[in-house]
Ligand binder design. Structure first.
Ligand SMILES: *Cc1c(COP(=O)(O)O)cnc(C)c1O
Length: 378
């Protein structure tokens, strides 16, 4: 029996998502101890989570009991935090879970989803798993959206459009005029605000005016809870009814729920870390600007995107094949051997780009030092 014949064709054909690896695996791969690793490849929060999270998890007595399928306590806490009614809120196992859930709600096989690369890889990934067709409308050289192109590409099969603001990995935001134009097309417009806390530029207010507007948020980045997997969406109430119906009943686990409640009790501490990251972003930006062989893009998020210039003279260390090929990958490889982890891209529109997460001042110092060491002196 050939199992492959039973597997859905779109799954057989699709390329997988390129995830990042956790600390212990990176440490094993590179023989750099976890304490010495500077992990700036996942846009995680280098300040960690609130210490109140650790206390709350240590004291939580009911790990043996399933979580509330209605997420009542959590949604009420988020009602207080966001100013949206709990009837407009759904939580998921990370906002990745909500991306998948939204697509499962709206996409019939062959329906179209508009994606604006370079952007977050989960949108095309989840679309394909749901049997949808990804329509890529690329951004321009400065990573601005092609609104005319998006609208022109829409037809009766177009259901959903995804936009991240600030966008990952480019760091720029969508404007209110652009969003309005897209909302007026009456397709479902998902604005992914995973990094909004580093930009203060939320579009969520539009939900009150448009019943086709969805905003996604996460605790992974600003609150340092990436490992616990918890995000939420703000929706028109009529969409929430159906999402609550089709979601996995226990998709927000009790550890994550407990961590969110503790985080919301420690907002001042977390906001202070956000402020530090924003200050550090500007310091890292000016340091990167000084590096001749990089072209650095401004960012409203907790990472910075750079392109590696074609004449960059990268050192060769060791005999790996990774000393050849795309320059950005060579930079990534040389940095990695020093225990400094960044992300590199080699996809259309992002050939020879690297993305560096903004960490603490000491992380900036390490990454800048490593960058200066990976080029040969000329
Ligand atoms: C990190 C990220 C997310 C994923 O958030 P999770 O809540 O950890 O699933 C969503 N969207 C964008 C644009 C991201 O960069």
């Amino acid at each position: 029996m050939r199992i492959e014949e039973l597997i859905r064709a779109e799954v057989m054909d699709m390329v997988g998502y390129t995830p990042i690896e956790p600390l212990d695996i990176l440490s094993k791969q590179t023989k750099v101890s976890t304490d010495n690793i500077v992990k700036l490849d996942g846009n995680e929060n280098l300040y960690g989570c609130s210490p109140k999270v650790n206390v709350a998890l240590g004291k939580y007595p009911y790990f043996n009991i399933y979580p509330d399928p209605e997420q009542r306590v959590l949604r009420l806490a988020l009602e207080k935090y966001t100013g949206f009614n709990s009837q407009q809120i759904v939580c998921g196992s990370g906002s990745d879970d909500l991306i998948d859930l939204i697509l499962r709600l709206f996409i019939n096989p062959g329906d179209k989803v508009i994606n604006c690369p370079p952007t977050f890889g989960m949108y095309p990934f989840s679309t394909r798993i749901c049997g949808g067709e990804v329509i890529n409308i690329s951004r321009d050289r400065d990573f601005n959206l092609d609104i005319r192109g998006i609208i022109k590409a829409m037809d009766d099969r177009t259901k959903v459009i995804f936009l991240a603001s600030p966008n990952n990995p480019t760091g720029n935001c969508v404007s209110i005029e652009e969003i309005t134009e897209l909302l007026d097309t009456e397709k479902i417009v998902v604005v992914d605000e995973a990094y909004v806390d580093f930009s203060n530029n939320s579009m969520a207010g539009m939900i009150f005016k448009y019943n086709n507007m969805i905003v996604l948020r996460t605790f992974s980045k600003w609150a340092g809870l990436a490992g616990l997997r918890i995000g939420y969406g703000l929706f028109p109430t009529e969409i929430v009814r159906y999402l609550m119906k089709i979601k996995q009943p226990y998709n927000a686990n009790v550890a994550a729920q407990t961590a969110v409640l503790a985080s919301l009790e420690d907002i001042e501490y977390l906001r202070n870390n956000i402020t530090k990251i924003i200050i550090e972003r500007e310091r890292l930006f000016s340091k990167l600007k000084e590096i001749q062989w990089l072209n650095t893009y401004p960012s409203s998020a907790n990472f910075i995107l750079c392109s590696v210039q074609k004449d960059a003279n990268i050192v060769v260390n060791g005999s790996s094949e990774l000393n050849k090929g795309p320059l950005a990958r060579q930079v990534w490889y040389q940095m990695r051997m020093k225990g400094v982890f960044i992300r590199y891209f080699d996809t259309p529109g992002l050939e020879n780009f690297i993305r560096i997460t903004v960490g603490r001042p000491e992380d900036t110092d390490r990454v800048v030092k490593a960058l200066t060491e990976v080029v040969k002196n000329v």
